[in-house]
Ligand binder design. Structure first.
Ligand code: HPA
Length: 272
């Protein structure tokens, strides 16, 4: 079966479930699942039931598609995303983005957990992604026939919508939320970085590092979908004071920052 046919079947399945014309798509990152509690849910579909959808593997990602109303708008939420480090290829990693774009979203909101490279930023801070470095060594558009789905030579003039970012900064200010802004680099993982890699990322003027988001944003641009992304900084990556990784702490810090993230997303959705 061709990729086109797969996507068509996935879309048809979801449309038959009554999912129609969501305005906004949301991808929820590690420890950021509570936004779902704010949604008036109409449909909740485990990824395992959706034809051609990759299956979530990491246990703290619940892996379901949620359709409903948030801040008065129809939204579709990916609760659980796919990473290269789980062994998926980049087509699979970004399949959900292609799916929700097919269903009709006009804007994409992304969240993730990331490590702070900029040491002026602290654990628990939120960072609006203003630009990115793709350090995953490949592209989700590097396959035969990619140009049939969207722009092959997708331009990256504005990977993150300036208009949405301006709005988001104003919302943060109004709600007294300290929102940092910076460059996000995506690596493959799943291992954390070495001291030398953290020093490299500092030299590259990266502000935060993580293992997601960039492939999703590249596909969004390829499909001409405006997007915005916010990182929760869950740890401070100081090469001079490297700490053992503590995944539970990363999840806990993300959880503590979650109410701020929820406020920002809800208010942005209201304003779109
Ligand atoms: N690297 C370092 N720290 C992190 C990451 C990462 O990819 N994700 C969350 N914290």
């Amino acid at each position: 079966m061709t990729k086109q046919q797969q996507l068509k079947e996935t879309k048809e399945y979801l449309v038959n479930k009554g999912i129609s014309a969501p305005e906004i798509g949301i991808v929820l990152g590690t420890g950021l699942g509570k936004l779902v509690d704010e949604i008036i849910i109409e449909q909740e579909i485990p990824y395992s039931e959706i034809p051609h959808f990759p299956q979530a593997t990491v246990e703290f990602h619940s892996g379901k598609l949620i359709y409903g109303t948030l801040s008065g708008k129809k939204v579709i939420v990916m609760s659980g995303r796919f990473h290269l480090y789980e062994g998926y290829n980049l087509w699979e990693v970004t399949y959900g983005i292609r799916t929700i774009q097919q269903i009709g979203i006009k804007t994409l909101l992304i969240s993730n957990a990331a490590g702070a490279i900029n040491l002026n930023f602290k654990k628990g801070d939120l960072m609006l992604i203003e630009d990115h470095l793709n350090l995953q060594g490949s592209s989700p558009l590097a396959f035969k026939g990619a140009g049939e789905f969207g722009d092959l030579f997708a331009d990256m003039l504005e990977p993150y919508s300036k208009k949405l970012n301006t709005k988001m900064k104003a919302i943060a200010k109004t709600n007294d939320i300290d929102l940092k802004e910076g460059v996000y680099a995506s690596v493959v993982g799943p291992q954390l970085e070495t001291r030398a890699e953290y020093r490299m990322l500092q030299i590259l003027e990266v502000d935060a590092v993580g293992m997601s988001t960039v492939p999703e944003v590249i596909v969004a641009k390829h499909l001409r979908l405006p997007c915005i992304a916010i990182s929760v900084l869950t740890d401070e990556c100081d090469p001079k004071n490297l700490q053992p990784v503590n995944i539970q702490e990363i999840i806990d810090v993300a959880g503590k920052a979650e109410p701020k993230m929820i406020t920002l997303f809800k208010e942005l959705i209201k304003s779109i």
